[in-house]
Design a protein around this ligand. Structure first.
Ligand code: ZN
Length: 547
């Protein structure tokens, strides 16, 4: 087997370099990377120097990064290259060419060309970007030893990046980042769009599903518009993407869509977003809609080994716009992951506009969560536990008791101290709704009527009644007795009255009079004595006169 550190066995080899079918054609994955690993010069060099970096690479993104850096450093260190070339923010050295403060941009804005100075004939010219890069590779001792196929590939990659960069630099093109999701999903605003065809080849255009981005996730709408205000390329930016197992939050440019599916325009959008400081990572330009992990940071480093999630608040009423990255949605936790939906997750890579269960969602498995027993069951109902509502297995309601049509935890239902009927436990439920406190008895009752009755009963037992006032008082000394005259029977009966009332009536209404320490509400005006005391009076008088 080939000596390399990129894979350890046939299974790993298959994973990185296996054959895949694409549009009916069979191609080997990462063919260019394989050509590097297979190159005998490269392998010999690695073994000799002990630097295995090149034969440890496992993806194209890293391949480009590492090779580009090595080409630059080797060219810059070479004593044969006196001239400085600055392109795409990086410095190279050349034996013949240099760039000025325009950094390779052509004054006429031609996107595919690099403007340079030729020191052989002291003239300023322009050259196709791929060809120009090829010359930089040739001026690098490391670069020129690379297999032909790799050099061609790097030059093509540079040409694409260069075109994107120059498009972004055209003064008439503008980057827009805002909340207007409707426009970027409307054919009216997309270049070349009409009602019957969508040059952006997006099945979400004009569907009205863009409301998903306004209401379910934290996102922004990004686009590059041309001089006519038409969109050349667009994407969604997720502004809070969490990295699993870390506190790190990324701003992520989701898969880009562009006029005629042009990768250069997509690249221009990404470059403009990076330059404007709007994003920290993006879906690799040209990556397919099934690729949830083809994410790179703004320096081009692959993040495919990381797991990401976003908050998502979609429910069964939400309209869903097809998600290119965050496909697996856990509705319970309001999280969507950059992986396909599985188990009881919902799939967000849907084109129908509504949530769908994952493909392996099994209707026969219990799907409802029983909070009380902390497990999935077939059927649950709402129960109340210490004042909180939760779901419980309908088959296992033993700890709950039915009360007023609801199920309460057995400790949550107690008996009313007055009527003895069941009521909610005041410890966990609402005053003046589920129970009623009496300030008089200091007890809690099932209803306000019950409280009233209990208070009456309590007063009758412990308080003091005034017949005259028809009311109770707490203190015995506040009540006195008086003799009430019944004009029909002609008798006095003992009655009670509040002392305050008696004083008031006596003083202001000349009611009540006191004879020998007893209060009367009526007396015989003639004798000035209580009624029925005439006989007694006569006896008394005759006794007095006989003395
Ligand atoms: Zn009661």
């Amino acid at each position: 087997m080939l000596y390399t550190k990129s894979f350890n066995n046939y299974a790993e080899f298959q994973q990185i370099f296996g054959i895949r079918e694409f549009d009916g054609r069979k191609t080997r994955k990462n063919k260019i990377l394989l050509s590097l690993i297979k190159d005998p010069t490269i392998r010999k060099e690695a073994i000799k120097s002990g630097d295995y970096t090149l034969i440890s690479i496992t993806n194209m993104q890293d391949l480009k990064q590492i090779l580009t850096k090595k080409i630059r450093i080797s060219g810059v260190r070479s004593s044969k290259n006196p001239y400085k070339v600055e392109v795409l923010g990086k410095t190279y050295k050349s034996h013949i060419y240099s760039t000025d403060h325009w950094k390779g941009l052509c004054e006429d804005g031609s996107p595919g060309f690099v403007r340079y100075h030729n020191h052989d004939n002291d003239g300023t010219f322009k050259m196709k970007a791929g060809k120009f890069y090829r010359s930089l590779i040739a001026d690098s001792p490391f670069g020129r030893k690379l297999p032909e196929q790799i050099q061609t590939w790097l030059s093509e990659e540079f040409a694409t990046a260069w075109r994107a960069y120059t498009i972004g630099k055209l003064p008439e093109n503008k980057l827009i980042v805002n909340d207007d999701f409707k426009s970027i999903y409307s054919h009216e605003f997309c270049k070349g769009g009409d009602i019957s065809s969508d040059p952006f080849t997006s099945c979400m255009t004009d569907k009205g599903y863009h409301t998903f981005y306004n209401s379910c996730v934290k996102a922004k709408a990004a686009s590059i518009i041309d001089a006519d205000g038409l969109i050349l390329a667009r994407c969604i930016i997720f502004t809070e993407v969490h990295e699993s197992g870390s506190d790190k939050i990324w701003r992520y440019a989701e898969r880009q869509y562009a006029h005629r599916n042009d990768d250069v325009l997509k690249r221009a959008l990404v470059d403009a977003l990076i330059e404007a400081g709007e994003i920290d990572c993006y879906k690799k330009v040209g990556a397919g809609c099934h690729d949830c992990t083809a994410i790179v940071d703004i320096d081009g480093n692959s993040l495919s080994d990381k797991e990401f999630w976003i908050e998502c608040w979609a429910d069964s009423d939400s309209r869903i716009s097809y998600m290119d990255t965050f496909k697996g949605y856990d509705m319970e936790r309001n999280k969507a992951w950059n992986s396909e939906a599985e188990g009881d997750e919902y799939a967000l890579d849907v084109t129908g506009g509504w949530l769908e269960h994952s493909e392996d969602y099994d209707d026969d498995e219990p799907q409802e969560y029983d909070d009380y027993h902390d497990e999935y069951v077939y059927d649950t109902r709402t129960v109340y536990y210490h004042g909180d509502s939760m779901r419980c297995d309908v088959e296992r309601l033993d700890d709950f008791t039915e009360f007023n049509g609801r199920y309460y935890y057995y400790e949550d239902v107690v008996n009313c101290p007055h009527c003895g009927k069941r009521m909610l436990n005041p410890e966990y439920y609402e005053e003046d709704e589920d129970w009623f406190l009496s300030e008089i008895t200091d007890e809690k009752y099932c209803s306000s009527e019950c409280r009233k009755e209990a208070e009456q009963k309590y007063k009758a037992k412990h308080w003091h009644w005034s017949d005259y006032d028809q009311d109770w008082t707490e203190k015995a000394e506040d009540v006195v007795t008086y003799q009430h005259y019944d004009s029909i029977s002609g008798d006095y009966q003992e009655k009670t009255i509040f002392l305050d009332t008696l004083d008031y009536e006596h003083e202001y209404h000349q009611k009540f009079c006191q004879i020998d320490g007893t209060w009367y509400d009526a007396i015989d005006e003639e004798t000035g004595l209580p009624y029925g005391h005439e006989e007694e009076m006569k006896v008394l008088m005759s006794e007095l006169t006989s003395l």
